[in-house]
Ligand binder design. Sequence first.
Ligand code: KIV
Ligand code: NA
Length: 265
Amino acid sequence: ARRITVHDIAAAKERGEKWPMLTAYDAMTASVFDEAGIPVLLVGDSMGNCHLGYETTVPVTMDEMALLSAAVVRGTKRALVVGDLPFGSYQEGPVQALRSATRLVKESGVGAVKLEGGERSLPQTRALVQSGIPVMSHLGLTPQSVNTMGYRVQGRADEDAHRLLRDAKAAQDAGAFAVVLELVPAELAAEVTRSLHIPTVGIGAGPDTDAQVLVWTDMTGMTGGRVPRFTRQYADLRRTLGDAAQAFAEDVAGGAFPAEEHTFH
Ligand code: KIV
Ligand code: NA
């Protein structure tokens, strides 16, 4: 079967179908989600905090993004793979954005890129789309702006809600094929979803967006410590892996592993 494209994504909105998106940062995990039928995989710059051990997404580099995006593409057959443009790889303007996005498309093989910001990233969005690179826009809480924005619900004040709606329409007009809405009130996300002909992808944005995205390490219980309230934990992989490691350690210490069936003579 062929890979899912942005045209399939557009058709899903016309049919009123909701769809799931998950992040992925490596080939093995990506292959699991691909085989599970997840249609869109995001190589998010959340790899910074969820995979590479940084505090935030801010330090993630183009080299890291290119490497892990290529791995996710290699691990998948069917999913549309979207690569995040990391902080500092597109803010200088359309030329820089083109250079960065082209690298992810040519070198890593992603089918689309994502960048943060509506009106503030308009020239970049336009330039990429005109060059044949599908763009997913990211509005609401934009983690690359953590140093000015912090981590809190966006668009609660009327003025902020109007700006978010304007940003979403601007992204659509610039040619974006979808808009992520992160940490915004459900009512506002619903209004944005009704106002656009391109799909909205919610995270902490209530039940009425066209799609839902979760960070895979959060939704499987891999992330240690506190996970955001908008996440649902579908597994407890951290415990499963920890138990496996402990069982192995005990077997080695007690001489129960390796057994006869693991041994060559
Ligand atoms: O990097 C990421 O995981 C994201 C999603 C939360 C949308 O941008
Ligand atoms: Na991101």
